[in-house]
Write a protein of this length. Structure first.
Lengths: 322, 163, 714
């Protein structure tokens, strides 16, 4: 099956047809009756869909590449070590052997109320967010007016930090390319969808510019093995020959429905060297604008320290590079 | 649908969305693959697909078309790893054991080929998605390392002062 | 081989790490667990449960095509609608009154799993206000008072009085094999049940009452069991009853295997507890008066709660001598799923409190935690709260000292100094082996040994659930007979062929049943004299020896006043935990756990160490990670994604050390081992946190609780 054949099969099956990769999240969604498809189109065997290849100016990763393939690929390790690390520490080894890049980006949130048959929550088109006054220790601290579930994608923040682009194929062969950042939808933008894929569209590949971005990733979780992150941070910076930051992104995961850019930190880093002082100040403002809930204020502290940790990692790489 | 099961080309007709776990247990009669949670958390259902450990409770049967699937029943001839699981008591209740062994098998094979004993951290990382509630994992690590040639260490026993 | 039967040197079994009897079948995937079995014409059963914690059933609506379904409600029960255990309060199926969420109401069965799962049943109910807080409960299942000396006089002598309240949460067993049963009817109206279980005769007894049939009409066969930890002690009776009802109504073998979510929602958990201590101490740390109050949440029905409370209160002083003690315990009703047996059986709750409290006492007095333990720990001849004079194998001090040595305790403490966020903690504890009080006498357990041409066969109802029952019992018999380990077979735990050896619980299998078999073997050895088994069988015909439990003569127990010898003997344990906590995430990282246990004799040292390592890991989960979230009386996190047990990545290095102070009435000196490792690590962890500046008094010590403790004390 080719991409075009998959698209045609999906179009024929409308409504009620869905595309699937490894189907890891899909099992839960079926069990929880969140999706009830009549037809599932597997993209796993599309030729080239798992390929990872470096060209002159980009590193291209097929959407069906598994997390383990990404983690182990020498080009990924060289160009985007933060991506290799995020992919290699997500879920468990056996899941990483099956789970795909597209599945990681498009998986639905892990909020217990969203996943429960008994709770017709906002994200399922219902009337309220049960987590607002329920259990929300691990929920969002940004954009917390409505649905406060968080994005479960660990690769999302890293790809945003790397200024990656995503290529999407639509019906009739139409394709579009957009920044990964634009793929994700804020809860306040759209409470029922997490990614901006329109009906019949498929995520084909992700391209990472080979721009010499120094990048690092840091994850904080409640236990060491196989757990969803409490907070994760991805940083990508470019420096000039003197070590001055010429552009940079600091992106937080597990704190909102989208990979959340810490703009205040980014502003502070620009045109500076990563000194102790800059790192401290940058970390201090990383949670600017956070509106935590009753029981997840601790995540604000965790964000600050995780950003500090990640910037320390970046500094070590910068020091090594100069 | 055709696939290779434990070295033999096998034809099974089952719905393509049936879990590989259920196809193995129900259609192929291979009950050595266990279900502990049904959601990829416990690893009891681990099998090898094209040599890689995966959770068979999360794989639709359709996905293994033409693939090479290996279950615990396919480890014929009692591998060193299996023997070490017995001698080092890596199996207590035994329900996680087939999954543990298949999860560890590629690591052991690699380490044996390279003539090295995998470090504890490497073993722990490999087994991070396989839960055992009986052993505290200690005996499992020992079994894996012993299978790679490590010396077996006995439990330490001290005589009483009063008895 | 036969001529070497009596070659003792060659066939030394006890103390050797022989291969597990069923080891090869487990590592090759050949071992058959309940879900691996299928019977001709078998159908699948499903349980329809209440969604509310308390109320009445108004109507049941079957919103599916019932063609091909077997449907059972309470009216289909031929005998009593009852799960027979201690009190006759728990129905097999709800008639009208719902007492907890996930209570079984209706049973469905169908040959196709998918059809069965699709069937929609709507239960219309009238809700009533549930009792969810044990402190607000007006219904007490059992109350116990233990009294020694005069506590007021003791308080009068005290230099300081230290008070504290400590809480422990629910805990899920998380055996990796969920519960399951298959009931197979026979044409003559009898029923055979195969399943994952610890206590064949509990299931057998429950089925007789439910079905109203004599014992010959019920047979229970244990299948290979994927972990128990107490979770397959009482609950399997319920599933067996359900499967039997469906099987009898349909006339077909019926399989009920829970999935993980149902298992975690509906089956039993560890009793949560609130323990309050008020202790009078002299300035030098001598304990002068102990007043302890224990409140346990039993859930909606009595189940095993009285016995759990009993073990809890008896252990509540910790392993310390004190002349004046009052322990008041009660286990109460709430509208939550019934709590049941779980490794440690009440002792982990009360020992957590006593050990954590002792460190607070030491802190108040400015004493060292070791010093206060050295001063007060039980010695042989000391008298417990129930008045028991402790036997010569009492070894609290030895295990404490070994643990300090093994952990390099003082050097680590010196090294840490005032280094914030790292601490070392100690817990010292005891655990009574076997049933409490007169329990073993009442049980009157039996064990049978049968002579075979090739050796002998053990016939007991004690089950192999991973802990090594088959292997260890065969070792005891082989050693006693002077035969090879391989010459001893072990019969499946099938009520058609094994006598009632009592339940496989309470760390009693080795010490009690092992001793029974040792006595069988002693007699067998005497009877066959110089003959080989084959010669004996040819000459005298079959030989089968059955022994019944005999109480060691000195043991006396008064159940009414809770006075006397609560247990034949005790195991002794000590943990030293070294940990760090993270000031940002409030996450605890345990660096190392030392676990030293006096178990009398390690029949199989690696198995014994395995019990210690596994129990310690389970206790670390109890202390730090495992939180059952209850929302309106219902478990809100019934999955392994949100109820987190330790993985390889968060199980610290555990070093087990076995100490052997032998018990006169145990086989080769052995006492119990299985439960004890669960008793101490939680307290050692919380004490290590205390040393590192965090005063938590409730477990699990989740990051949220640690944050609260840190922020509160600032």
């Amino acid at each position: 099956m080719s991409w075009d054949e998959a698209l045609a099969a999906l179009a024929d099956g409308e409504p009620g047809a869905i595309a699937k990769g490894a189907g890891i999240d899909l099992w839960d969604l079926l069990k929880e009756e969140i999706v009830k498809p009549d037809l599932m189109v597997s993209l796993l065997n599309i030729p080239g869909a798992k390929d990872i290849a470096k060209s002159d100016n980009t590193l291209v990763i097929g959407s069906m590449a598994t997390l383990q393939m990404i983690a182990d690929h020498t080009d990924v390790i060289q160009v985007a070590p933060s991506l290799a690390q995020a992919a290699g520490s997500a879920a468990s080894p056996a899941i990483r052997n099956a789970a795909t890049l597209a599945g990681n980006l498009c998986q639905r949130p892990r909020c217990g109320y969203f996943r429960s048959l008994l709770h017709p929550c906002l994200r399922k088109g219902g009337g309220r967010c049960f987590a607002q006054d329920g259990h929300h220790q691990n929920h969002a601290i940004f954009d917390t007016e409505g649905c406060i579930a968080t994005s479960a994608s660990s690769l999302g923040p890293v790809l945003v930090a790397l200024e990656a682009m995503v290529s999407v194929r639509g019906p009739g062969g139409a394709s579009r390319t957009l920044p990964v950042e634009k793929l994700f939808l804020m809860a306040s933008q759209n409470p029922t969808r997490e990614v901006d894929l329109r009906t019949g569209e498929l995520l084909e590949r992700v391209s990472i510019p080979l721009a010499g971005t120094i990048n690092a990733y840091h994850k904080v979780r409640a236990r060491d093995g196989f757990d969803w992150p409490m907070v994760e941070v991805a940083v990508g910076v470019r420096i000039d020959s003197r070590g001055i930051i010429t552009s940079g992104r600091v992106v937080l995961g597990a704190v909102a429905m989208v990979p959340w850019r810490a703009f205040e930190t980014e502003k502070l880093l620009l045109n500076t060297k990563l000194t102790n002082d800059v790192i401290r100040k940058g970390a201090d403002v990383a949670a600017a604008g956070a509106r935590p809930l009753r029981d997840n204020r601790h995540k604000v502290d965790i964000v600050r320290s995780a950003v500090r940790e990640t910037l320390e990692k970046v500094r070590r790489i910068v020091d090594g590079a100069l | 649908m055709l696939f290779t099961l434990n070295g033999k080309i096998t034809e099974v007709s089952a719905p393509s969305m049936k879990r590989l776990l259920d196809v193995l247990r129900e259609d192929c009669g291979l009950t050595g693959t266990k279900e502990g949670c049904g959601e990829g958390e416990c690893g009891a259902c681990t099998v090898l697909v094209d040599g890689l450990p995966i959770n068979s409770c999360l794989v639709p049967f359709g996905q293994v078309q033409n693939a090479d699937v290996k279950t615990i029943e396919g480890l014929i001839g009692h591998t060193d790893l299996q023997k070490a699981f017995v001698s080092e008591c890596g199996a207590q209740c035994g329900i996680c054991t087939p999954g543990m062994i298949l999860m560890a098998a590629p690591l052991v094979e690699r380490a044996q080929a390279e003539g090295r004993i995998p470090a504890l951290a490497e073993v722990q990382e490999t087994l991070a998605g396989n839960l055992c509630r009986c052993t505290g994992y200690v005996a499992i690590y020992r079994a894996i390392q012993t299978a790679c040639g490590a010396k077996s260490e006995q439990a330490s026993v001290i005589s009483g002062e009063n008895g | 081989m036969v001529e070497n039967f009596r070659n003792q040197d060659r066939y030394e079994s006890v103390g050797r790490n022989v291969d597990r009897k069923e080891g090869m079948s487990k590592v090759t995937g050949q071992a058959k667990y309940v879900d691996d079995l299928n019977f001709e014409g078998m159908i699948y059963g499903r349980t329809i449960r209440s969604e509310i914690p308390r109320g009445k059933i108004k109507a049941i609506h079957l919103e599916f095509d019932t063609e091909g379904f077997t449907i059972v409600d309470y009216r289909d029960i031929p005998g009593k609608n009852l799960i027979a255990l201690i009190q006759d309060d728990q129905p097999c199926l709800v008639e009208s009154e719902i007492n907890h969420a996930d209570e079984p109401i209706l049973l469905l069965a169908h040959p196709e799993k998918e059809k069965l799962l699709e069937a929609k049943v709507r239960i219309e109910t009238i809700s009533e206000i549930p009792v969810l807080d044990p402190l607000q409960s007006g219904k007490i299942f059992k109350e116990i008072l233990i009294s020694k000396g005069d506590i007021e006089a003791g308080f009068g002598l005290a230099d300081r009085i230290v008070e504290g309240e400590y809480r422990t949460g629910h805990q899920e067993h998380v055996y990796i094999e969920p519960n399951g049963m298959i009931a197979v009817p026979t044409p003559d109206g009898a029923i055979t049940v195969y399943g994952s279980l610890q206590c064949p005769y509990y299931v057998h007894g429950a089925l007789m009452v439910l079905l109203g049939v004599p014992e010959t009409k019920v047979r229970v066969v244990q299948t290979e069991t994927g972990g128990g930890f107490g979770g397959k002690e009482d609950y399997p009776s319920i599933i067996a009853c359900h499967a039997a009802l469906l099987a009898l109504k349909s006339g077909r073998p019926t399989k009920i295997v829970y999935d993980r979510v149902e298992d975690m929602q509906a089956t039993t958990r560890r009793h949560p507890a609130i323990v309050r201590h008020r202790t009078g101490v002299a300035a030098d740390g001598t304990l002068l008066s102990m007043d302890v109050e224990v409140i346990m949440d039993g859930g909606a029905y009595c189940t095993l709660s009285p016995v759990v409370l009993s073990r809890g209160v008896i252990h509540a002083t910790g392993p310390y001598r004190c002349d004046n003690v009052r322990i008041r315990g009660r286990v109460v009703h709430t509208n939550t799923p019934p709590n049941g047996a779980f490794r440690g059986f009440g002792a982990p709750q009360t020992l957590f409190a006593s050990e954590v409290h002792l460190d607070r006492i030491a802190h108040t007095l400015g004493l060292d935690p070791i010093e206060i333990r050295e001063k007060n720990a039980f010695r042989p001849g000391d008298v417990t709260a129930t008045g028991q004079v402790l036997p010569e194998d009492t070894s609290a001090l030895q295990v404490l000292r070994e643990a300090l040595k093994k952990s390099d305790y003082y050097n680590i403490r010196k090294k840490i100094g005032t280094q914030a966020k790292r601490g070392v903690g100690v817990a010292l504890y005891w655990h009574g082996s076997g049933f409490t009080g007169a329990g073993e006498v009442k049980l009157a357990s039996k064990a049978t040994l049968e002579l075979l041409p090739s050796g002998a066969k053990v016939r007991v109802a004690s089950t192999e659930i991973g802990q090594g029952t088959r292997t260890m019992l065969a070792q005891i018999v082989a050693q006693t007979l002077g035969w090879s380990y391989d010459s001893i077979e072990v019969s499946p735990a099938d009520t058609a062929v094994v006598p009632d050896s009592g339940p496989t619980v309470a760390s009693r299998t080795c010490m009690i049943v092992g001793r029974l078999l040792q006595r069988c073997a002693e007699e067998m050895r005497f009877r066959i004299g110089n003959l080989t088994p084959k010669q004996y069988l040819e000459k005298h015909g079959p030989l089968e020896i059955t022994k019944v439990y005999e109480k060691p003569p000195a043991i006396q127990w008064d159940d009414e006043h809770y006075r006397g010898d609560a247990y034949g003997t005790y195991g002794w344990g000590c943990n030293v935990v070294d940990l760090e906590w993270d000031a940002v995430t409030y996450e605890v990282k345990v660096k190392k756990v030392i676990a030293v246990f006096d178990i009398g004799k390690a029949i199989h040292p690696i198995f014994a160490a395995g019990q210690i390592e596994g129990g310690t890991a389970q206790a670390i989960g109890y202390a730090l990670h495992e939180e059952v979230v209850m929302r309106n009386g219902r478990v809100a996190n019934p999955q392994l994604t949100n109820y987190i047990i330790p993985t390889t990545m968060d199980t610290p290095p555990i070093e087990a050390v076995i100490v052997e102070n032998s018990y006169r009435f145990g086989p080769f000196g052995a006492k119990g081992v299985g439960e004890m490792p669960m008793d101490g690590p939680a307290a050692a962890i919380v004490n290590a946190l205390f040393a590192a500046g965090v005063d938590v008094r409730e477990i699990p010590a989740t990051p949220e609780r640690i944050m609260e403790a840190v922020c509160y004390s600032r």
